[in-house]
Design a binder for this molecule. Sequence first.
Ligand code: CP3
Length: 368
Amino acid sequence: MNKILRDSDFPPLKNDLILRAARGETVEKTPVWIMRQAGRYLPEFREARKKNAFFTVCRTPELACEVTLQPIDRYAGLLDASIIFSDILVLPQAMGLEVKMLEVGGPHFPDPLKTPADLDRLAKSVDVHESLQYVFDAITLTRTKLDGRVPLFGFTGAPWTLMGYMVEGGGSKTYSKSKAWLFRHPEASHLLLRKITDICVDYLVAQVKAGAQLVQVFDSNAGELAPAEFEEFALPYLLEIATRVKKELKAIDLDVPMVVFARNAHYALESLATSDYDVIQVDFTLSPSFVKSKIAGRKVIQGNADPSLLYANPEKIRDTVEKMLEGFGTSSGYIGNLGHGMYPDHDPEHLKAYLQAIKDCSIERNSK
Ligand code: CP3
C-alpha cells in the first residue's frame, strides 16, 4: 500500500481556477483544458514517440511526465489543467490481456475475450499497486514537476467502454461482438463489468492518493448502446464508481472533483445530473441549450466544440467560441474543452487560438 500524498506534500498550487469551477463556484474566467492535449498534433510529442513505443512512454514515469508537460509548457498561461499521459487500456493489461498500440490502426488485442469461458484467462484478482504502480509514480512525479502551475487529472476508462475493447480486440464500427455479449450472455457481461468496476474504483482512489487533483471517467463508447442497454450495462457501474470513490476518499480525508464523459449518450444526461459526479463532459453533438435543459444547473458542464472547428481560421474559431460561451455561461458552472480529443493533423497554433478565445471572451463577458 502506498503512502497517502496530500497537498502539503507538493508545491503550492498557483492556478486553482478549474478546481473552483468544478465545485460550482463563481470564476473570473472560464478554465479550459483539452482531451488528448498531449498527442501527435504536437511536433515535440512526435519526436518523443520516435524514440519510444506508446506503452513504453506510459510505463516510464519520466517519459510520461515529459509528454504530459509538453502542452503545459507550450500553452503556458492558456491551459488550466494537465492530464497524466497514459491510456484507458492499461487497465485491461493489468487484468492480464495483451494490448499493442499499432502505428496504423491504434489499439490491438492479439487474443481478445471471445466467449464467457475466456473470463477464466483474466487475473483472479488485480492489485493495482502491483500492476499499475507506474501510473501512480508518473502522477506523483508529474504533480511535483508541474510545480503548482495547474492541477493534474487522473483518469480511467469506464467498464462498458473497456469491455468493448476487451471483446472486440480493438476499435470497431458496430461493436457487434461486445454488444452480442450483452444480448446473448448478460450474466457473463455483468460479471466482467463488475470485475472492471471494482478495479476502476481501486485505480482512481490510488491515483488520488498519488497526487491526482481531479479524475475523469471516459465512457467513450456509451453512445453505441440503445438507452435500455445503457441503463442496464453502463449506467449502474458509472454511478457506482463515483459513489464508491467519493466514499473511500472521504474516509481518508481526501476530496477531488470527478468528471464523467458518456460520449454520444444524450439520453444519459438526466441520470448523470443526479449522480455523485461533479462535472459532466459533453460531446459535440449536443447544443448548450439541450445540455442545460437536461442538467438544469445540477452539475458543472465541460466541453464541447467539435474538434474539427480547429481546422477553421482564428476568426471563425473566435466566433464559435463566443457562441459556445454564450450558451454555457462564463461566470460559473462551465469548464472549456472540446467535444472529443485532439486529432493528429490539428495545427497547434489553431489550438492556441481556441484557448486564447476562451480566455479573452470569458474575461470580456464577466467584466460586463
Ligand atoms: O492528453 C491526454 O488526453 C492524456 C492521455 C490519453 C490518451 N488516451 C493518450 C493517447 C487519454 C486520456 C486517453 C484516453 C483514451 N484512450 C480513450 C478515451 C478518450 C477517447 O478518445 O474517447 C480511448 C477510447 C483510448 C483508447 C485509445 N488509445 C485509442 C482509440 C487510441 C488510438 C487513437 C488514434 O488516434 O490512433 C489510443 C492511442 C493514444 N492514446 C494516443 C494518445 C496520445 C495516440 C497514439 C500514439 O501516440 O501513437
